[in-house]
Design a binder for this molecule. Structure first.
Ligand code: GLA
Length: 390
């Protein structure tokens, strides 16, 4: 049994203990790691994430009334809300469920009540999208009890809206899109303007390794919103709708008069979009060396131009890049803490994970978590039985 199957059994067992019968559905939605294309989604650019084998699970059954009531094994608490009277309590994990109910109701969905048990193994605040996973698992739960058809793109958009407007985090579409539409064994090139996707197989003989620095950040941090604002100002300065509309050569020619900070922020975005497209092509050719080189360049750009790294991320990335099994490494997610990602030779992955973890701990005194991850499918629903269905 792998860890994700274990977690599925854990929520099913906990459900049975609580409700005295098996759940009717089990919803699952994965976290993600972004291989390249950072801070490009809200500039209508390209990203190249994959859904990972860590997820949020919800075992549930419908209710006759309009209540959603859930026990969280991770937080060891029960919380609930009335779907006819949504009201932000401003606290914790239940907000993501309420947020999703609110966004679904904008489309006349999410109107049937349900109850269940949830647990997840996507670390919180680590840059692996635990909140998108919770949103999409919740959306799957609502779709199952309401009986509406599952449209992954639409659900990703609603989840983003939930996060922007209810939770108050002004994120882009990447996390929700990949949690909804991920594909086992593949990364997904997402055009964040059109939401078109192209699935790209991971090169044979390679492994994707997540390196968690054990530092954390809050996304609500004003730094993320500041970056967004700088990018919008830069697009305005260049007279384009979004930075996606500027190629690196045009940018170099036209950016001379830009204020230096804005120029650096915009340069990251413009060059990162070009790197992401190049990386997708290289992945498709099985050219791991080129992907690795682009990942290294992405990290330097995030560190120096976009300034969203921190010393622990730089340290773990340097140690990873210096390892002989490594093609390339970079910080992943919003930054300011959390995880890095490395593309490594599969046959050297175990030694890489052990070596980098030991060196990082020796350098920083922090205990990292380093694990090989595999690309998984996006959000799913498993109907278990009709017992208890109303
Ligand atoms: C967070 C946001 C995403 C994206 C990344 C940075 O994960 O939720 O929309 O902007 O940061 O690439």
């Amino acid at each position: 049994m792998n860890t994700s199957e274990q977690l599925r059994s854990t929520v099913v067992r906990a459900f049975e203990e609580r409700f005295g019968e098996p759940p009717v559905f089990v919803a699952r939605a994965p976290g993600r790691v972004n291989l390249i294309g950072e801070h490009t989604d809200y500039n209508e650019g390209f990203v190249l994430p994959m859904a990972i084998d860590r997820a949020v699970w919800i075992a549930l059954r419908p209710r006759a009334d309009r209540k959603v009531s859930v026990y969280s094994l991770d937080f060891q608490e029960e919380d609930s809300f009335d779907i006819c009277h949504l009201a932000s309590s401003g606290k914790g994990w239940i907000e993501y469920l309420q947020a999703m109910a609110w966004a679904l109701q904008k489309k006349d969905r999410g109107l049937a009540g349900w109850e269940g048990v949830t647990a997840g193994d996507v670390p919180i605040g680590a840059g692996l999208s635990s909140s998108a996973a919770l949103e999409l698992a919740t959306a799957r739960a609502f779709a199952a009890v309401d009986g509406f058809a599952w449209n992954p793109r639409e659900m990703a958009q609603l989840a983003q809206r939930a996060e922007n407007e209810w939770v108050g985090v002004y994120c882009g579409i990447m996390d929700q899109m990949i949690s909804a539409t991920g594909e086992a064994g593949h990364a997904l090139l997402i055009d964040c303007r059109t939401l078109d996707t192209r699935s790209v197989p991971l090169p044979p003989g390679t492994a994707v390794v997540i390196l968690d620095t054990s530092t954390r950040r809050g996304l609500v941090d004003s730094a993320y919103n500041d970056r967004r604002r700088h990018c919008e100002t830069a697009a305005g300065f260049l007279h384009v709708r979004a930075l996606r509309d500027v190629d690196p050569a045009t940018f170099e020619a036209r950016s001379a008069e830009m204020e230096p900070v804005m120029r650096r922020r915009a340069r990251h975005v413009v060059t990162e979009i070009a790197r992401t497209l190049e990386a997708a092509d290289a992945l498709e050719r099985g050219d791991a060396a080129t992907v690795g080189r682009l990942m290294d360049a992405s990290h330097a750009s995030l560190r120096d131009d976009f300034e969203v790294s921190r010393v622990e991320l730089d340290t773990i990335v340097e140690l990873a890049q210096a390892h002989p099994a490594c093609y390339g490494a970079r910080m992943t997610g919003a930054g300011f803490g959390g995880c890095a990602v490395a593309l490594v030779r599969a046959d050297g992955a175990a030694a890489f994970a052990e070596g980098v973890a030991a060196d990082y701990q020796a350098r920083t005194g922090l205990e990292p978590r380093v694990y090989v991850c595999s690309a998984s499918d996006g959000a799913s629903i498993e109907p278990l039985s009709t017992a208890g269905a109303l």
